[in-house]
Design a protein around this ligand. Structure first.
Ligand code: CMP
Length: 139
């Protein structure tokens, strides 16, 4: 059975450019409940730990440098079928290939600066939620 939770990150340049409100509003309109949220700034080690799954990829150093370059907003989102539905809302990883109306099409610039992260499986949604939030911080 599909899980009901996913983790999102509003990435540094999207925060810097003032898109937090527009992105959260679209997340709410799509029927997701925000059950935990934090404004934070990853250091390089945190970013490397969070993206450890990509450590052998050629874009790892660029990605982790970018993700630690400024403040981000991290949130746990809940609704039925959360992982798949959120991936539909955000669109393809590359904003140029993302469908019209998706968050990455609307707010993304390129592969790294693609506006938001979304968990790719229920298992990773759990791992990623536990990375950022304790039980006490979830509602
Ligand atoms: P995200 O959903 O945060 O998960 C991993 C990130 O790696 C992805 O979004 C992209 O920002 C980045 N990424 C994936 N593939 C590439 C690529 N080929 N080149 C650069 N960055 C990539």
């Amino acid at each position: 059975m599909a899980g009901n939770k996913t983790l999102t990150i509003i990435k540094p340049y999207a925060v810097n450019d003032g898109y937090i409100g527009s992105i959260l509003s679209r997340i709410n309109d799509a029927g997701f409940r925000i059950t935990a949220m934090r404004f934070t700034h990853l250091n390089i080690k945190d970013a490397q730990a969070f993206y450890a799954i990509h450590k052998d990829k050629n874009f790892f150093d660029r990605l982790t440098a970018f993700m630690s370059s400024g403040p981000i907003v991290v949130a746990i989102l809940e609704k039925d079928n959360a992982v798949a539905d959120y991936r539909k809302l955000i669109g393809a990883t590359n904003p140029e290939e993302a469908e019209e109306g998706t968050l990455r099409k609307l707010f993304g610039r390129n592969m790294e600066a693609n506006a938001v992260h979304g968990s790719d499986s229920d298992e990773n949604a759990d791992i990623e939620s536990n990375f950022f939030f304790s039980k006490m911080e979830r509602f």
